[in-house]
Design a protein. Structure first.
Lengths: 476, 477
């Protein structure tokens, strides 16, 4: 947050679709092959080759459209014309003025709804490596082109300028990724380039409702760079405006190394892509029955999963623990434990904090129920339960068995009472304060007595049992 | 062409074991060898591959197999259709040395029908032109008069058939490139309904207009070849998923009761009087044969040429972008990638191709798109609507194919507009996507062939061929 200013962010996310083959041909769509091996005549744009639309890519586009609550419309493909060596036909087939998905939204864990302007289909380009010079095409000794990625199906998902901070932008991308993965539309691997983000950033005086001049920032390869770039860019723009200068609408490149955005070499004139309808493809009009089948096969999406988990746990949203658990896909584990009768609050704590480790998600819910039951019955303290749980992940042994082996036996009630009475006798002033004090004082001194009993019993006492006994004694 | 050199009779003889395919192919190769120096119909003759394919046909016949309806019949391909391992130049320097790694769908279908490809024929560069004078490898000549052009852009294919080198050839038609050379060389040339024949493996000029079709000596052979190459192809998304009409079975149906419309707009200004006279004579001949003839208006047809020269160059400017020196064909080295692309395209493309790339780039530019490309598309819709209205009154339409007979080489090379006017009668049905055929119908005042064009609604190839067969039967000898 910059005092007196508001940052406005819209994101364009390119997601590679999880199809077996490319957008317009049977060449494999996969990551990591030897350069120029996942290619065919269509990929290379050889003369005479024609594009044939991949039905699976359309299905995945519709899946995302459904997930984002978009209107799914009849659409057409267009050619975006420009010369570049990694684009085999020197035009890109993309949807332009009639995209397949429009007007949807994505709900963030915070409850905020971010508008989705469109999510359209297009093909990816190849990858250029410029050797020599500064690693850019200008000044390079030579360039190598790998066409494996050319023709890979993409969805370009364009948000409305509804995001207001770098953190919110990160949350949006994380949530979109969760939806893409949950729906099977994309593997969402940013590190493999399956998800690439461009950010449109502008600033305006707080309270203004007109948009400032925006800059588009490219080369954001991780959530971290997205956040850093947005923060830097907003500051840069505020500095310009504070200094009486104007922001120029331009495309900027995020420099990971220096932590700044840089104007990309400005062109003499704006690029004219000469869009026109792709004559080699026919209009795409998914019938209602197909869309209906896709709709019926949708998995439960993260927003609804958060709602379900929160309802089962009896907590209200937004809720950090619930968001984290759903984000990690461990909500079904947590729900099963709750259904098994375990205390929901303890389930949330254990799954969020103690099952975040490797193998944690695989823990059979029944074993977690058994552990939490020991804990809530007073047989194990919270600290002991955590240690037992860690050991449960490494062995097949049950909670009770591990607790017994570790000597974590519940204290005999008489021994506990004796220990408490000893503490009371040793601290008469505090006891008097507790007995006669108001709720606030009682609360404060409860902590004192529990701590003393813990010390006296070497941590074997259960805090809740001590508290209950303390109240008994005071009432008695 | 005598009765026993038609494709139908050759295939029958080969299938019946009366003639060997090798012998048929050797005769064809000998004819090309003897006659093509004067005509330059072929850019490549695939003699060895043709001999090998013919020997295989003969073996299959000997073994009791039926190699198919075109068994042993030599066929020539316009050199913009991909042939595996055989140079495919499009008449351009920019593709010099490029051998496709695949066969076009039509080439596969020919092979499956037993036909023998004997070579690749000359064309205007990337099929842009009406005389073959735009070929980077020199023009072809008209076998009827070698001082004249054979028309274009499928001039090599038309000349090869007219010279009797081959009974069958394939051409491609974007605005008349099959029909106009057929008319000028005195052969039959047919453009199927758009989407009837797969474009997979046809090097694109203007994707929404390009269509492959037959050039043959007789209407029956055109029907035979059409049935072989037509039909749905999953590799071409614009391919029509409909069964192929059995046009050959309807050639003798006659035209009794067929409603024929003479297109008013294509008989007036710009059409040579002798060509108009022949066209009216053709209408009379159909009437004589029992058809009902009337004049019908297709008012928007007169705007066809203007619309075409925006739409076709626009698509071409995009289709031809890929020839950038990066992946295949010509590369002219230069210090930077961009300079290399510019140098390659400057050297590799001829003047007409460059002219159309510039036209098309301009027509698609921001700020001009609506005024040019957008408006041209609206005209295209208007023409299709006018045709649809005409086809409510008549079954087929009749018009000249070309406004003149074959003109001398060099006559129009300095005046692109005069050259473009050649396509004024063929462009309207290209824009509407409807089928059309040019049938020889006598000669003009100069003794050169005149072609009359029959047009029909989309998918109505049966009526188209019925009328064509009737015209052929009544044509002056």
């Amino acid at each position: 947050m910059i005092e007196g200013w508001e940052t406005v962010i819209g994101l364009e996310v390119h997601a590679e679709l999880a199809t077996a083959t490319k957008m317009f041909s049977g060449a494999p769509n996969r990551f990591g092959s030897e350069p120029n091996t996942d290619i065919d005549a269509v990929t290379l744009g050889l003369p005479g080759s024609l594009p044939v639309l991949n039905e699976k890519a359309v299905e995945l586009a519709i899946r995302l459209g459904v997930a984002l609550g978009c209107e799914i419309r009849p659409s057409i493909f267009a050619r975006k014309n420009y010369f570049y060596p990694d684009m085999p036909k020197d035009f890109q087939i993309s949807q332009y003025d009639q995209p397949i998905n429009v007007d949807g939204f994505l709900e963030l864990p915070s409850g905020k709804r971010v508008g989705i302007e469109r999510a359209h289909l297009e093909e990816d380009t190849g990858k250029s490596t410029h050797v020599g010079g500064a690693g850019r095409i200008t000044g390079a000794d030579h360039s190598l082109v790998d066409y494996n990625r050319a023709g890979v199906p993409l969805l370009e998902i364009v948000s409305r300028p509804d995001l207001r901070s770098a953190e919110e932008a990160r949350q949006y991308v994380a949530e979109l990724r969760a939806v893409l993965v949950a729906t099977g539309v994309s593997d969402g691997k940013m590190e493999e380039g399956s998800m690439r983000v461009d950010a449109n950033v502008s600033v305006r005086p707080a309270g203004s409702d007109t948009l400032g001049t925006r800059c588009e920032i490219k080369n954001l390869n991780s959530l971290r760079s997205l956040g850093r770039a947005v923060e830097y860019e907003a500051l840069r723009q505020v500095d310009l405006l504070d200094g009486g200068e104007r922001v120029r609408q331009e495309t900027r490149h995020w420099g990971e190394a220096d932590g700044r955005t840089h104007a990309m070499r400005s062109k003499e004139e704006a690029e004219d892509y000469r869009y026109f309808p792709e004559p080699d493809l026919v209009p795409l009009a998914p019938d209602d029955e197909w869309v209906g089948r896709i709709r019926a096969s949708m998995p439960v999406l993260p927003a609804e999963r958060r709602a379900r988990l929160a309802a089962a746990a009896g907590v209200s949203l937004p809720h950090e623990g619930v968001a984290v658990i759903v984000g990690r896909g461990q909500d079904s584990q947590a729900l099963a434990a709750m259904e098994g009768g375990a205390d929901p609050a303890r389930v949330l704590v254990h799954v969020e904090q103690n099952l975040a480790v490797e193998g944690g998600a695989a823990l059979e819910p029944g074993r977690l129920v058994a552990l939490i039951d020991l804990e809530t019955s007073g047989a194990l303290t919270a600290t002991q339960a955590k240690a037992v749980l860690a050991e449960m992940l490494a062995t097949d042994a049950g909670a009770a068995e591990i607790a017994a082996a570790r000597g974590y036996e519940a204290m005999d009630p008489n021994a506990l009472a004796a220990a408490l009475d000893g503490v009371i006798a040793a601290h008469p002033e505090e006891w008097e304060g507790f007995r006669t004090g108001d709720d606030k004082a009682k609360g404060k001194l409860t902590g004192f007595f529990v701590g003393q009993v813990m010390r006296a019993t070497q941590g074997k006492a259960d805090g809740r049992a001590v508290t209950a006994l303390l109240r008994d004694r005071a009432a008695g | 062409m005598s009765e026993n050199t038609t494709a139908a009779s050759l295939a029958a003889a080969v299938r019946g074991g009366d003639r060997s395919a090798v012998e048929v192919v050797e005769e064809c190769l000998a004819a090309i060898d003897a006659g093509d120096r004067a005509l330059h119909a072929f850019l490549t003759v695939t003699a060895e591959a043709a001999r090998a394919a013919a020997a295989e046909i003969d073996q299959r016949v000997a073994a009791g197999d039926d190699p198919g309806p075109l068994a042993g019949v030599p066929v020539a391909l316009k050199d913009n259709m991909c042939t595996r391992g055989v140079a495919t130049t499009c008449g351009s320097r920019i593709l010099e040395g490029w051998c496709p790694p695949y066969d076009a769908t039509v080439v596969e279908r020919l092979a499956a029908a037993g036909a023998i490809v004997v070579g690749k024929t000359n064309l205007d560069e990337f099929a842009m032109g009406s005389s073959t004078e735009n070929s980077a490898f020199g023009p072809s000549r008209n076998p009827r008069d070698t001082s004249r052009v054979p028309g274009g852009s499928s001039g090599g294919s038309a000349a090869a058939v007219a010279a009797g080198f081959v009974p069958l050839a394939l051409g491609s038609d974007t605005g008349g490139s099959i029909r106009q050379p057929a008319a000028l060389c005195g052969v039959v040339g047919m453009k199927p309904t758009y989407g009837r024949v797969s474009r997979s493996g046809l090097v694109a000029f203007a994707s929404s207009l390009d269509q492959i079709g037959p050039l043959t000596a007789t209407v029956a052979d055109a029907a035979l070849l059409f049935e072989v190459i037509a039909g749905h192809d999953p590799l071409d998304s614009t391919s029509i998923p409909e069964p192929v009409p059995e046009v050959g079975a309807h050639l003798d149906d006659g035209v009794e009761g067929l409603r024929v419309g003479l297109v008013t707009e294509l008989l007036g200004e710009g059409i040579a009087p002798d060509v108009a006279v022949r066209t009216r004579a053709a209408a009379d001949a159909l009437e004589e044969a029992g058809a009902k003839v009337e004049e019908v208006a297709v008012p928007a047809a007169v705007y066809g040429l203007s619309a075409y020269y925006l739409i076709a160059p626009a698509e071409a400017s995009s289709n031809l972008a890929r020839f950038d020196g990066v992946r295949y064909g010509l590369r002219v080295d230069a210090p930077t990638t961009q300079e290399m692309m510019v140098a390659t395209r400057t050297k590799g493309f001829g003047p007409e191709v460059k002219r159309r790339i510039m036209l098309g780039t301009y027509a698609l530019s921001a700020g001009y798109y609506d005024a040019y490309y957008g408006k041209a598309q609206r005209v295209r819709t208007l023409i299709a609507d006018d045709f649809a209205a005409a086809y409510e009154r008549v079954d087929v339409l009749l018009a000249p194919t070309s406004p003149t007979t074959a003109f001398p080489l060099g006559d129009k090379t300095a005046d692109p507009m005069a050259m473009y006017m050649n396509d004024v009668c063929t462009i309207p049905s290209s824009l509407s996507g409807d089928p059309a055929v040019s049938v020889p119908f006598g000669t003009g005042d100069d003794g050169l062939p005149v072609g009359v064009q029959v047009m029909a609604p989309a998918l109505a190839e049966i009526d188209l061929f019925r009328a064509a067969a009737a015209l052929e039967a009544s044509a002056p000898r």
